[in-house]
Design a protein around this ligand. Structure first.
Ligand code: COA
Length: 162
């Protein structure tokens, strides 16, 4: 049976840091499912469809073993539905650790057989976040090296109607 790993997140929007992690994961696991969350504590700028499409555009051609799906509800339930036992999360800095370890422990408490595996970000993306990208793009800054081309285009449309 193929090992399936899921990579959940809000992806509002996907950045090159996420893409880098997905590519690295896809070179290890036979199948990676990127799960785009509907319910989070965050208020998203992009709709679910927009976020899913941007993730698909950003990774589809790069990795044939990556599938991108929206999800709603408890993560562990969706992970089980896809027959997976591995949740992947990225760690950029020590500051990510507290939130990530809480989430990993809570998910394991909810479902014993599911493990969270952490991947350290590549150095060039260690300071990147979706919020920074939105802030910089909204103020007219150049984010073209931080996000896939489709996301750059969407951000310009959103903020400057071009
Ligand atoms: N490169 C660049 N940025 C990265 C990154 C990387 N490798 N890894 C994370 N980030 C950034 C994201 O851009 C994001 O930045 P932002 O805060 O500015 O938006 C931040 O780190 C974390 O975002 P993300 O990875 O999308 O995670 P999240 O915290 O938004 O998502 C869910 C959390 C969706 C996984 C979680 O809320 C969930 O599982 N929800 C479902 C409901 C559930 O089961 N809840 C119980 C959980 S115990």
């Amino acid at each position: 049976m193929k090992t399936v790993a899921v990579y959940p997140g809000t992806f509002d929007p996907i950045t090159n840091g996420h893409v880098d992690l997905i590519k690295r994961a896809a070179s290890i696991y036979p199948k990676v499912i990127v799960l785009v969350a509907a319910d989070t504590r965050k208020e998203c700028m992009f709709t679910m469809d927009e976020r899913v499409n941007m993730v698909r555009e950003g990774v589809d051609k790069l990795c044939p073993n990556v599938q991108v799906e929206p999800f709603q509800g408890l993560l562990v339930e969706i992970v089980k539905k896809y027959g997976a036992k591995i949740i992947l999360r990225g760690l950029r800095a020590v500051s990510d650790f507290e939130y990530e370890s809480q989430m990993a422990l809570m998910n394991r408490r909810l479902e014993k057989g599911i493990e969270t595996f952490f991947m350290i970000s590549s150095e060039e993306y260690a300071y990147l976040s979706s919020s920074f990208v939105k802030e910089i793009a909204g103020l007219g800054g150049d984010v073209s090296t931080m996000v896939p081309a489709g996301v750059d285009k969407e951000l310009r449309k959103r903020f400057f109607k071009v």
